[in-house]
Design a protein around this ligand. Structure first.
Ligand code: HEC
Ligand code: HEC
Ligand code: HEC
Ligand code: HEC
Length: 379
C-alpha cells in the first residue's frame, strides 16, 4: 500500500470508524434544554422529546372509580375480619376493593388475595401483605407530606397494575471476584451495573443509604490528609458510594444533577433549588418504608419472592418515580381515595363507635421531624 493510499483512504476510514464508535455512546438528537437555575449557573435540564413522549405515554394515571356513599352500615359491622378499613361504609369499602384490584392484580382479580369461598379468611399471604400495604400508604400520605405533597400516593404509584412493582431492589449476592475476569477484588463495584446507570460505581447504593443510615455527605471542610483512620468518610472511595446513589436518584427522576445542585458546589444548600430538600426527605422516606414496613414482612412472603440473600423486595426512588420527577406526571390520584389519606386506628370500643384519625411517627402537615430539620439546615 502506498503512503498516499494510506493517507487518503485508510486513515479517513479509520477515523470514521473511531467516530462512529465514540458517537455510539451518545444520545440520538434532537435534544432540548430547559433552564432551571439562575442565568449563568449552567443549571439546565437536557431532555430528548422522542424519549419524553414514550415516558408520558407510560405514566398515565387510571381514571378514578365513581365516588361511593359514606352512608349506610360500616364495614366493621357487616364483615367478619376487617382490621384497617372498618370505618368505611360498605359502599366505600367495596369501591376500595375494586380499586386495589385494578391497581395491583387486574389480571387475577379478587382471587389474588381472597379465598373466594370465604372472603374473611386470611390464608393467602397476599391478603396479609395488602392489609399492611394499606397502612403503609396511609402513613405515606399522612406523615410524609414533605415529600409526597399534594400529589400523594396510591397503590398504583408503585404497582402500576402489577402484583410486584416493576422497580424494586434486593441486596445483591456476595461477589468478591468477577467471573471470567482477570480483575481482582471487585470491592462491590467495577462492573457496568444497571443499578448505577451502567457505570462502574458501587452497584449497591441502596443498602447503606435506603436501609441503613450511612452518611451521604462526603465533602470535607478540611484539606484531605491521609490519617490511616477508617472512620474518615471524606475520601474519594467514600465519594463513589455517594455518587452511586446520586446516579440512581438522577436516573429515577429522569433529571440531571443540576436539578438539585449548582454543580459549582455540590455541598451548598443555599445555592441548591428547593427540589433538593424534597429529595432529602425522599431518602428518609424510602428508608422508613424499607425498615418499618417491608423488612418486617419478610417472613410473610413465600421464598420465591425473596432476593438472592433472602431479603424482601424493597423501595427506591424508581419504585414511584419511574423516570419522571413527578410520579404519574403529578396526577393527584390519592385525593379521590380519602381512605388512603389518614392513618386510622380501630378503636377498642364497642363496634359502631367512630374511628379517630391518629398521627403517625412524624408530624403531619408537611413538617419534617425536628431532627431532620436541624441536620438539613443550610450552612
Ligand atoms: C390486593 C389484595 C386484595 C384484592 C385484590 C381484593 N381484596 Fe378484598 N380484602 C383485602 C384485605 C387486605 C381485606 C381486609 C381489610 C381490612 O382488614 O380492613 C379484604 C377484605 C374484604 C372483604 C371483607 C371480608 C370479611 O368478612 O372480613 C370483602 C367482602 C372483600 N374484601 C371483597 C373483595 C372483592 C369483591 C374483591 C374483588 C373486586 C376484593 N376484595 C379484592 C385485600 C384484597
Ligand atoms: C411505596 C411503594 C408501594 C405502595 C404505595 C404499595 N405497595 Fe404493595 N408492594 C410494594 C413492594 C416493594 C412489594 C414487595 C414486592 C413483592 O411482592 O415481592 C409489594 C407487595 C405487595 C403485594 C404482594 C404481591 C405478591 O404477589 O407478592 C400486595 C398484594 C400488595 N403489595 C398490595 C398493595 C396494595 C393493596 C397497596 C395500596 C393500598 C400497595 N400494595 C401499595 C410496594 C408498594
Ligand atoms: C433529586 C435531587 C438530586 C439529584 C438529581 C442529585 N443530587 Fe446530589 N444530593 C442531593 C441531596 C438531597 C444530597 C444530600 C443528602 C443527605 O444529606 O442526605 C446530595 C448530596 C450530594 C453530594 C454530597 C455533598 C456533601 O455535602 O458532601 C454530592 C457530591 C452530590 N450530591 C453529587 C451529585 C451528582 C454528581 C449528581 C448527578 C449524578 C447528583 N448529586 C444529583 C440531591 C440530589
Ligand atoms: C412512595 C413514592 C415515592 C418514592 C419512593 C420517592 N418519591 Fe419523590 N415524589 C413522590 C411524589 C408523589 C412526588 C410529588 C410531590 C408533590 O406533589 O409536591 C415526589 C416528588 C419528588 C421531587 C420533587 C420534584 C419536583 O419537580 O418538584 C423530588 C426531587 C423527588 N421526589 C426525589 C425523590 C428521591 C431522590 C427519591 C428516592 C430517595 C424519591 N423521590 C422517592 C413520590 C415518591
Amino acid at each position: 500500500m502506498s503512503a498516499n493510499v494510506f493517507r487518503h483512504r485508510v486513515l479517513p476510514a479509520m477515523a470514521g470508524l473511531v467516530f462512529a464508535v465514540l458517537l455510539a455512546g451518545c444520545e440520538r438528537p434532537p435534544t432540548t434544554s430547559i433552564q432551571n437555575g439562575f442565568r449563568g449557573t449552567g443549571m439546565e435540564q437536557v431532555n430528548n422529546p422522542r424519549k419524553d413522549a414514550i415516558l408520558v405515554a407510560k405514566n398515565q394515571a387510571p381514571a378514578p372509580a365513581d365516588a361511593a356513599s359514606p352512608d349506610g352500615p360500616k364495614a366493621r359491622d357487616v364483615y367478619q375480619n376487617v382490621k384497617v378499613l372498618g370505618h368505611l361504609s360498605v359502599a366505600e369499602f367495596t369501591r376500595h376493593m375494586t380499586s386495589i384490584t385494578e391497581w395491583v392484580a387486574p389480571q387475577e382479580g379478587c382471587a389474588y388475595c381472597h379465598n373466594l369461598q370465604n372472603l374473611a379468611d386470611d390464608s393467602k399471604y397476599t391478603k396479609v401483605i395488602a392489609r399492611r400495604m394499606v397502612e403503609m400508604t396511609q402513613h405515606l400520605n399522612a406523615d410524609w407530606k414533605n415529600h409526597v405533597g399534594a400529589t400523594g400516593v396510591t397503590c398504583y404509584t408503585c404497582h402500576r397494575g402489577n402484583p410486584v412493582p416493576q422497580q424494586v431492589w434486593y441486596a445483591p449476592p456476595d461477589r468478591k471476584y468477577a467471573e471470567n475476569s482477570v480483575m481482582g477484588d471487585l470491592a462491590g463495584q467495577n462492573l457496568a451495573s444497571a443499578s448505577v446507570g451502567g457505570t462502574s460505581l458501587p452497584f449497591d447504593p441502596f443498602t447503606p443509604y435506603l436501609l441503613e443510615d450511612k452518611p451521604i455527605r462526603v465533602i470535607g471542610d478540611k484539606a484531605l490528609k491521609w490519617t490511616g483512620n477508617a472512620a474518615n468518610r471524606t475520601t474519594t472511595k467514600q465519594a463513589e458510594h455517594t455518587y452511586a446513589l446520586m446516579v440512581h436518584m438522577s436516573n429515577s427522576l429522569g433529571v440531571n444533577c443540576t436539578f438539585c445542585h449548582n454543580t459549582r458546589n455540590f455541598q451548598s444548600w443555599n445555592e441548591a433549588p428547593p427540589q433538593r430538600m424534597t429529595a432529602f426527605h425522599g431518602i428518609r422516606m424510602a428508608r422508613d418504608l424499607n425498615v418499618a414496613y417491608l423488612e418486617p414482612l419478610t417472613k410473610s412472603f413465600p421464598a420465591e419472592r425473596l432476593g438472592p440473600k433472602g431479603d424482601v423486595a424493597k423501595v427506591n426512588c424508581a419504585t414511584c418515580h419511574q423516570g419522571i420527577n413527578m410520579p404519574l406526571l403529578g396526577a393527584q390520584m390519592a385525593k379521590n381515595h380519602p381512605e388512603l389519606l389518614a392513618v386510622f386506628k380501630e378503636p377498642a370500643m364497642p363496634a359502631g363507635a367512630a374511628a379517630e384519625p391518629v398521627a403517625g411517627e412524624a408530624k403531619p402537615g408537611g413538617e419534617a421531624p425536628a431532627a431532620q430539620r436541624v441536620e438539613a439546615a443550610p450552612k
